[in-house]
Design a protein around this ligand. Sequence first.
Ligand code: ADP
Ligand code: 5GP
Length: 198
Amino acid sequence: MRRGKTFIISGPSGVGKSTVLSALLEKRGNVYFSVSATTRDPRPGEENGVHYHFLDVDTFRKWIVNDEFLEYAEYVGNFYGTPKKYVDTAMNQGKDVILDIEVQGAIQVTGKRPDVVRIFIAPPSWAELERRLTERGTDSQEKIQKRLLRAKVEFQTAHTYDYFVINDTVENAVRELDAIMTAEHCKPKERMEIISGR
Ligand code: ADP
Ligand code: 5GP
């Protein structure tokens, strides 16, 4: 059976990760998008269990103590973490797993699972990133400035990723992500394992 791979997608808040990933999921089958837990408030339209598991801080801490997270991190005043059990279930079913996580979490996952594929998504310019954050209308000006500051720090780690995608248009970014995922399944090790069993 084809083995699932884990793909980490990192990139500044507002770059378009959620937008691009939901378009990618429509295009590509056999993919599980990992629903993270967070202590931040839901945005309009976000549903518990679909976009995030929205937890209070005490519950989040309990999940940490119970070793429920593959990784977790603090980001601009809130906690975010990847629940372990769903990731493992999906991989065992041969599905690719996508983790939309920031850079500290990406480092933790890479330490535990070195075969993970890491993709950084960047905006075409800083001005465009600020425009997207403002236009989204979900954060105060103060939060937007904090997220932009964090984005500049995160950008300094982009060269450590395996791939770099620029989200100029959603169509281009989806095409490149799709191509990367396909190419990662064409590595000799995986392909030779498939034919060696025939
Ligand atoms: P993230 O998940 O990275 O925080 P979102 O997916 O919420 O970002 O996108 C932030 C805003 O930018 C949204 O209003 C979205 O519609 C818009 N957006 C996303 N991708 C593009 C793009 N390629 N061109 C223009 N606007 C975009
Ligand atoms: P947002 O509040 O905009 O949804 O997410 C803020 C940041 O948290 C984004 O960079 C996003 O990738 C990251 N994030 C979302 N879920 C997780 C998670 O489970 N773990 C970590 N480490 N980061 C996450």
